[in-house]
Design a protein around this ligand. Structure first.
Ligand code: C2E
Ligand code: CA
Ligand code: CA
Length: 748
């Protein structure tokens, strides 16, 4: 719970950390995507080159097959012409007419050395240009593209010379250059790419159907790939030069070139004829399309993951914040005043102590007789008093004040103040002691303890103790309102520290001794029992209980001491039973600190049973103030004690603020009236109070004892009031065991 405040303080830090974490995850995702994309891209690149190679070789193979078939056919034609001894071109044309279409031939022609001749469709040709080129070949020859002399398209010519009727002639089987397009793959990469048939000078024999690539190679030579568009010239020129070289050496290859808008992947594959090459080109867009899709998917996935992570962490943050706030409020906020509570004060105060501010003060404040106010005005009204007081306090104290409510009516504040603290406290006191609640003006009797914090102070508990000590010093004094921790308190504190450091050893060394103060029946002045009281024998001196009991109550050592005393008493009682066959009724003080353990009485039972003492001979005195402890079910505890067989007394009755009506519901046997009432017994009003208590006690069937009776008049007075017992110096002071034995043997 305590760490919640720290949690709250470090919340911002955590938030920053989370932001960093999200950023790191984001960057990591981006990095992974980049690596992934590069990998995909390389994979696609490899794929592209493989596909390009495949298309290139397929096209080359197809071309090789067709061209060689065509060549073979031309060669067969010549063989059959020679064998059949044809006499005229018409005879020859007729013979081969039907096969022309199968071999994609467009025309046949026979020409003489002068370039004169006739075509199969009867067209006359004269002076065919560069006819010697064809007569220079011995084998079947395939020409480069050239314009047809009889039609207006490009053709390639298969030719072979032979002798017709003794004359040397050449046969032409022409093919429309366009026909190669039908042979080559039309759809390269879904029509995005293209194929070319080129000669080894880079001249394009057939261009591609591809649209994209058309723009790349818009002239007639592949080596002159549009230079103006080229971006990275060095790489492109090197690549093209390498291609030129490879083509010279009849090698195949792959490369890419970049233009301003695009990147092209190129494959070149030789075919068997005329050092021709099949060139396959694919634009980058096809790769980009694939990678872009991956990029898009990856990006969407990234964004989605980040979105999910962020949403989840925001959700967790918000719900944590809400939960923390709830827990925080529970753990640190006082519900009534909305100030911090004790835990809050200790954590914040600890931090405040460590800062370098000078002139720091801590004040502890409470309202005198707040319990009585509660009884008079009721719980809700008094809660409003606390609220108003809290508001006034934080408004009048310096801005840096940390003000909290420690519980009940106790407020603490820590702040810095440079001017005279006495004046300031006077001002505060006048301001906050008169308040208006529900239109009613209330004067509060406040007790304020102040401690000036020094540079050496670094423990919030210690400075708080000092302020509380100073407050205790003023508590109940009506002429002073505040007390500033001084040397007197400092020495008390030192004494207390000495006591605390020696208390454990004191038990071991049996420094605590029991004294017994006899009680006397009023009616016959006979012995009525005794109260066991502690004395501390330290270094031959007796330390009176008021010097250490309050301290032991604060540090809870009283629990141990009470049980130790109880055992001493039981031991004595067992001894008296043995020695005198008489067991006096002994009352023993039980501090209210025991009440934090609801079944503490079990510890007493164990001891009393150990010494086989009758429980009805033991009277446990519980102070009246114990009966109005908050959060403790005193009635239940008292009932347990009574049910165990012990006598139950209410000690110091009249000094606490329990209402007389409460008496009715309390399971008690004896009311012990405090000596303050008997001290002022000659005052008529107080006489009446005792009178009143007596009559109620009688009415409830509860016995009464008055303590602190010193004078004869007091005895007489109590006799008149029919008080049951008296305890006081008048009969005996508290006495040692031996003396007490003599006392009861004489008076019983
Ligand atoms: P208390 O329980 O009210 O005890 C009565 C106190 O009044 C005793 O003081 C007693 O010596 C004193 N007293 C008795 N008759 C007279 C008288 O006629 N005139 C005056 N002026 N005083 C009288 P003592 O022994 O100093 O004890 C003081 C307080 O210390 C006790 O008040 C009790 O609250 C506490 N105390 C003493 N012994 C123990 C103990 O063993 N356990 C616990 N928890 N508290 C103890
Ligand atoms: Ca007592
Ligand atoms: Ca008492």
């Amino acid at each position: 719970m305590k760490s919640l405040l720290r949690k709250k303080l470090s919340y911002k830090k955590n938030y920053k950390l989370k932001l960093w974490l999200i950023l790191i995850i984001f960057l990591l995702l981006i990095l992974i995507s980049v690596i992934y994309l590069t990998y995909i891209r390389n994979l696609t690149l490899d794929n592209i080159y493989t596909s390009l190679n495949e298309i290139g070789t397929q096209n080359a193979d197809k071309l090789n097959l067709i061209i060689s078939n065509q060549k073979k056919y031309v060669s067969q034609m010549i063989d059959s012409i020679t064998d059949a001894n044809f006499q005229s071109p018409e005879q020859i044309f007729n013979r081969f007419k039907k096969d022309m279409e199968d071999y994609h031939f467009n025309r046949l022609a026979i020409l003489d050395k002068n370039g004169n001749g006739i075509t199969n469709d009867g067209l006359l040709i004269s002076n065919y240009p560069k006819i010697e080129e064809f007569f220079a070949q011995d084998e079947v020859y395939l020409s480069e593209n050239r314009p047809s002399v009889v039609s207006n398209f490009q053709v390639n010519i298969y030719s072979k010379k032979f002798s017709l009727s003794g004359r040397e002639v050449v046969i032409f089987a022409t093919i429309k250059t366009e026909e190669y397009k039908n042979i080559l793959s039309k759809e390269v990469f879904n029509g995005k790419g293209g194929t070319y048939l080129i000669n080894n000078n880079g001249d394009i024999i057939i261009d591609s159907f591809g649209v994209d690539t058309q723009t790349l190679v818009d002239n007639k030579n592949i080596f002159d790939i549009n230079n103006t568009e080229i971006l990275d010239e060095d790489i492109n020129i090197n690549n093209i030069n390498e291609m030129k070289n490879n083509i010279k050496n009849n090698l195949s290859g792959n490369f890419y070139i970049k233009t301003a808008n695009n990147k092209y992947f190129i494959n070149y594959e030789p075919i068997d004829t005329n050092n021709w090459y099949v060139v396959t080109i694919a634009p980058d867009t096809i790769i980009a399309k694939e990678t872009n899709l991956f990029l898009l998917i990856s990006f969407i996935v990234c964004i989605l993951i980040i979105f999910i992570i962020t949403s989840i962490s925001i959700y967790i943050d918000v719900s944590n914040k809400k939960k923390n706030e709830k827990l925080y409020n529970l753990a640190y906020i006082d519900k009534i005043t909305l100030l911090g509570n004790e835990s809050f004060f200790k954590e914040k105060g600890d931090i405040y102590l460590k800062n370098a501010v000078k002139n720091k003060y801590i004040i502890s404040l409470d309202i005198n007789k707040f319990k009585a106010l509660n009884n008079i005005y009721g719980y809700e009204f008094c809660s409003n008093i606390l609220k108003v007081l809290a508001e006034k306090l934080i408004n009048i104290l310096p801005l840096d004040n940390i003000t909290c409510r420690l519980g009940n009516d106790v407020f603490v504040s820590i702040f810095s103040y440079r001017q005279d603290i006495n004046n300031f406290m006077d001002k505060i006191y006048t301001n906050i002691s008169n308040i208006t609640v529900n239109n009613e003006n209330i004067h509060l009797n406040l007790a304020i303890g102040i401690y000036k914090i020094t540079q050496e102070d670094n423990d919030i508990n210690k400075v708080l103790d000092k302020a509380t000590m100073a407050r205790a010093k003023i508590k109940g004094q009506y002429d002073k309102n505040y007390y500033i921790f001084d040397d007197i308190l400092e020495s008390t504190l030192i004494d207390e520290q000495k006591i605390e450091s020696s208390m454990e050893a004191a038990i071991k060394n049996h420094e605590f001794k029991v004294v017994y103060q006899p009680k006397t029946f009023v009616k016959n002045e006979k012995f009525a029992g005794a109260e066991a009281l502690v004395r501390w024998y330290k270094d031959d001196k007796i330390i009176p209980p008021n010097k250490f009991i309050p301290l032991f109550e604060k540090n809870k050592f009283i629990i141990k001491l009470d049980l130790y005393m109880f055992e001493c008493v039981c031991k004595d009682m067992a001894y008296w039973k043995e020695k005198y066959n008489f067991v006096p009724t002994i009352s023993i003080n039980v501090s209210k600190e025991h009440f934090i353990k609801e079944d503490f009485i079990e510890d007493y039972i164990k001891i009393v049973d150990k010494y086989k003492i009758d429980r009805k001979n033991i009277d446990l005195e519980i102070t009246e103030s114990a009966t109005i402890e908050e959060n403790i079910d005193t009635i239940k505890i008292l009932q347990k004690i009574k049910d165990s067989g012990f006598i139950v007394s209410i000690d110091d009755f009249g000094t606490g603020y329990s209402s007389l009506s409460m008496l009715q519901s309390m399971p008690i046997d004896i009311i012990k009236i405090d000596k303050v009432f008997i001290d002022k017994a000659n005052l008529n009003s107080d006489k009446n109070i005792i009178n009143y208590i007596m009559s109620i006690a009688k009415h409830l069937g509860v016995k009464t004892i008055t303590e602190g009776v010193e004078k004869k008049e007091q005895v007489d007075f109590l006799k008149k009031l029919k008080c049951d017992m008296i305890q006081g110096y008048y009969y005996s002071k508290p006495i040692q065991k031996k003396e007490f034995e003599e006392y009861f043997n004489k008076n019983r």
